[in-house]
Design a protein around this ligand. Structure first.
Ligand code: SF4
Length: 382
């Protein structure tokens, strides 16, 4: 069985090369070929000695994911569905803006946290993705987009771990993937531009702060424990006070001077002015620990099993006004790629449940998705 080199950060690749009797600088060259140039064929890597290329050919490969389909939105958003085997499908979404290109990446097939407003959570957990499966989403998207947009420079400037799954429940595989994203010999992304979004796995927030502090987003969605217990079941294990204390500790290592708190606006559930006032009080209480926050209010994408509905716009604006009047930085997330269900995220409907994906796949195959450009053939990254 051959080793997939997408599984390795630079240190692990150097260890692998050492087993082949090669020095570290060879690993760096190889790493650059793979991640900076999207190469899969060792014969392309002409500055590597022939003897190394033949050793690699016999023991290793660069193996990406199988593309099931690509959906291009009128606004430039692109969504890919990848087959990760055994009936599991994951999503990756590219969102272009004038000053950045953001890729939303999945960390698990399904999710065990079971948030009430999240269709992925309703479908349950299948398995953790490997490091190769996590980084292959970036590797593929970057080189595919460069080729298709005719660009030689980097296209993806930001990564958000907000696709399917709770990334901090797949920490061992996540960590090398983050290191590859940040490595100057690979993608060279700034720590400020790589965001891990979590529902609140407190011990792993502390680990991340020690091991690889990148920008942190927390799915909060409620200002008090009884309501959050109901919306984000993990809260029963790590209640709000513990979570916010962990965020304050993280702040000492974080590359940004605030933590982003995601708040999905659910009609009549968590979107009343009283909830906003409770949030203000909560954040002021934790500001003494050094916690600085930014709120991102997110429109809920309804799905039948949730029994929840989207807050009306005036309600969202009234909620935002309470936060803004209290001096809290607050944004309302605009939706992108609506025509392809592409809003990425851990948040309800942002990530499609696996059953939903498969249903849509079936309907796409029958040519029933009008107005969307769908590509079902597997694609090569470059
Ligand atoms: S919101 Fe995130 S943590 Fe919660 S169920 Fe969905 S994917 Fe899992």
């Amino acid at each position: 069985m051959t080793t997939n080199l997408l599984d390795f950060d630079l240190d692990a690749l150097a260890a692998f090369c050492e087993q082949l009797g090669e020095k570290r600088f060879r690993a760096t060259q190889l790493f650059r070929w793979i991640h900076q140039r999207g190469a899969t064929d060792f014969d392309q890597m002409t500055d590597l000695a022939k003897s190394l290329r033949s050793k690699l050919a016999g023991s290793a490969q660069v193996k990406g994911l199988k593309v099931l389909s690509r959906h291009d939105s009128f606004d430039g958003t692109v969504k890919w569905l990848f087959d990760v085997g055994a009936g599991d499908v994951i999503e990756t979404v590219f969102i272009p803006e004038s000053d950045r290109g953001t890729l939303c990446i999945s960390s698990q097939a399904g999710c065990a946290v079971g948030c009430r407003f999240c269709s992925t959570g309703h479908q349950g957990f299948s398995r953790n993705l490997s490091t190769a499966e996590i980084i292959a989403q970036l590797w593929f998207a970057e080189h595919f987009l460069r080729a298709h947009l005719g660009r030689s420079e980097r296209v993806i400037s930001n990564v958000v771990m907000m696709g399917m799954g709770e990334p901090l429940q797949n920490y061992a595989q996540l960590l090398p993937a983050l290191r590859i994203m940040l490595d100057d010999h690979a993608y060279g992304l700034s720590r400020r531009r790589v965001t891990v979004s979590t529902s609140g796995v407190v011990p792993m927030i502390d680990r991340l702060g020690q091991d690889c502090p990148v920008a942190l987003a927390v799915s909060l969605h409620a200002p008090e424990d009884a309501l959050r217990d109901n919306l984000v079941p993990l809260n029963r294990k790590y209640p709000i006070a513990e979570l916010l204390q962990a965020c304050a500790r993280y702040q000492a290592f974080a590359p940004r001077d605030f933590i982003t708190f995601e708040y999905c606006m659910l009609d009549g559930v968590n979107d009343q002015p009283e909830h906003a006032r409770q949030l203000v009080a909560l954040m002021r209480q934790h500001a003494v620990d050094g916690l600085a926050c930014k709120f991102n209010l997110i429109p809920f994408n309804p799905f039948p099993a949730s029994g929840l509905t989207r807050s009306p716009v005036p309600q969202v604006l009234a909620f935002a006004k309470v936060l803004l009047d209290a001096g809290m930085v607050t944004t309302v997330r605009k939706t992108r790629g609506d025509d392809i269900d592409a809003a990425c995220g851990q948040l309800a409907g942002d990530v499609q449940d696996r059953t939903g994906v498969q249903e849509r796949m079936a309907s796409q195959r029958q040519g029933m998705l009008a107005g969307i450009r769908v590509v079902l053939a597997p694609e090569s990254p470059a």
